[in-house]
Design a binder for this molecule. Structure first.
Ligand code: NAP
Length: 524
């Protein structure tokens, strides 16, 4: 049952006066549950508890933390259809998507549990003393990664499970040894509460310290801002808009002790449709891209919002086929009226720019929150001149740009801001023929794809979901996959430290049996 209360460690709390409800975008009405926004006292209590929990949690073995993460996955599964039903009521997304996202969320937790069980992720480096080294003896120096401290995670609107309460940010921070305080997304507070209660059950069952996890409700910016400014918070994870991400990044940098904010703020994910791809398989790519652009009502940060091709008949046929295919697909409701109204605004702004042709604008409406998929076309010279056309329109929307030649295409890529993904459609040899374009694309992105669609982010160790600013605030890290744990740790060196007081990962006889870099060689 949904209580609408904040969850502060193992305690439910609802001291505030301010309440709010979530919204069912299909029924176009509010859901029945009432949520209590967290007060300043409740925020302080959650952070103080996380600070205390950190003192214990950071030293809990990888094996026990793995048990905790696996227990969260199984408690989420135990929530059963109530979770699926609640997710659908709050997001308007179909049941199949809810089940898929739940599977992904559990899979992420288990992947981090496996990472901890294996143990080598701490990057232990050992360089023993050389007392007889000339002209100076060398000390014994050993290094490994340690958790930063309490982390605040902002639930994302577009992934109520996989990027929210027990999503990738939470799983990676808990795996790193950091307690987590969730700033619940107001659009799916009930889904969040169910998952938060599963995390608390798992924490109690596996003997984790009280305060290792808290879930705070809020429907405005204040709770998140207070959390980011709290001196005992040590890092922040965020997925959402550029404005939201940058506001939090700036707040964190204005603190007396600045802290890292890992914000993933979206992207238009350029696609380079080379002549060979359009000549051989233009219709096939048009069909695939119509599906990719409209997937989840276009509410993915990897949505392909820009297709660059060389002007000519093949690009024209591709653009027309793409528009035809888009118009065949049933438009879907967006997550929330606010996201829908931002979509309508963005689409209007870009559609009315100089030189823009509207090739498709799906007008069928399921209800007031339906997003009509839209395809625009513009010439490369106009796109270069007008930076408004480079903006992300979050939804089922894409712009086809016809470039005069390869030089202009490269110039466009050089002008674009940082992106999460970039895609090349063509033949293998094109990667050499169009080497300048490929290089320009790689400079701008965190993930580069060949002959595919950018939607559908695999959760694996080799995944990079991040990219140069403004795709993310720090291009050195990923927010998807097991490497995302690196956001929540810092290296510490031990110099001449007595062996028995070293962390196990650094002790002489390698009791954890992990891979370590010893005197320049990776070994166990
Ligand atoms: P959002 O407006 O960025 O909000 C995300 C979270 O950050 C919410 O919990 C929000 O709190 C909080 N927040 C926003 N601005 C803040 C500020 N100045 N100070 C403190 N907290 C702040 O994103 P959204 O609600 O998910 O959707 C709105 C738009 O964001 C979409 O239309 C889309 O353009 C973009 N978006 C992008 C991605 C992506 O690709 N990375 C994903 C989702 C959404 P409150 O809601 O409580 O105010």
């Amino acid at each position: 049952m949904i209580s609408g209360k904040n969850i502060i460690g193992s305690k439910m709390s609802a001291n505030g006066e301010k309440t709010y409800k979530t919204f069912n975008p299909i029924a176009n009405q509010e859901n029945e549950w009432i949520f209590n926004e967290a007060t300043t006292a409740e925020i302080n209590e959650a952070v103080a508890l996380a600070h205390e929990a950190f003192k214990v949690y950071k030293d809990i073995s990888g094996a026990r933390k793995a048990e905790f993460l696996n227990a969260i996955a199984s408690e989420i599964e135990t929530l059963g259809d109530e979770l699926i039903h609640t997710y659908c009521l709050e997001s308007g997304l179909p049941e199949g998507r809810a089940r898929g996202e739940r599977g992904r969320t559990m899979g992420q937790l288990k992947a981090f549990a496996n990472l901890l069980t294996e143990g080598s992720w701490v990057e232990a480096v050992i360089e023993k003393a050389q007392p007889t080294r000339e002209p100076m003896p060398k000390a014994d120096i050993r290094k490994m990664l340690f958790p930063l401290g309490p982390v605040v995670v902002f639930g994302a609107s577009n992934f109520p499970l996989a990027f929210s309460t027990a999503g990738g940010d939470t799983a990676s921070a808990l795996a790193a040894g950091c307690p987590v305080i969730i700033k619940s997304h107001p659009m799916h507070a009930a889904t969040g509460e169910l998952v938060a209660s599963a995390i608390i059950k798992a924490a109690v069952k596996t003997g984790m310290p009280n305060g290792v996890f808290s879930n705070l409700n809020s429907s405005g910016v204040e709770v998140g801002q207070q959390l980011v400014q709290h001196p005992k918070v040590k890092a922040v994870g965020f997925t959402g808009s550029y404005n939201g991400g940058m506001a939090l990044y700036q707040l964190a940098n204005e603190r007396k002790e600045p802290i890292p904010v890992f914000a993933e703020m979206g992207s238009i994910n350029p696609v380079i449709a080379l002549p060979s791809a359009l000549m051989e398989s233009g219709d096939m790519w048009a069909t695939k891209y119509a599906a990719s652009i409209t997937l989840g009502a276009g509410q993915f940060c990897t949505n392909p919002g820009l297709v660059l091709g060389l002007e000519g008949e093949d690009l024209n046929s591709f653009a027309l086929k793409l528009s035809e295919e888009i118009l065949k697909l049933q438009p879907a409701a967006m997550l929330h009226p606010n996201i829908h109204s931002k979509y309508m605004e963005g689409k209007e702004v870009l559609s009315t720019q100089n030189g823009v042709e509207v090739l498709a604008d799906h007008k069928d409406a399921v209800n007031a929150n339906t997003a009509g998929p839209t395809i625009l076309r513009v010439k490369g010279s106009e796109f270069l001149r007008n930076h408004t056309l480079h903006q992300e329109v979050f939804g089922p929307f894409s712009v086809v740009v016809s470039c005069e030649d390869a030089v202009q295409m490269e110039e466009i890529l050089n002008q674009l801001e940082g992106q999460l993904t970039g895609t090349v459609l063509g033949e293998t040899e094109d990667l050499k023929t169009y080497g300048g374009i490929v290089d320009a694309l790689q400079e701008k992105v965190g993930r580069i794809l060949f002959n595919g669609v950018p939607t559908g982010v695999e959760v694996c160790s080799s995944m990079v979901h991040g990219g140069p600013f403004p795709a993310s605030t720090d291009p050195r890290f990923t927010s998807v996959g097991t490497s995302s744990i690196k956001r929540w740790v810092r290296p510490v060196s031990f110099q001449d430290w007595p062996n028995k007081f070293l962390p196990q990962a650094l002790q002489d006889d390698n009791p954890l049996n992990i891979v370590r870099l010893e005197e320049g060689t990776y070994c166990k």
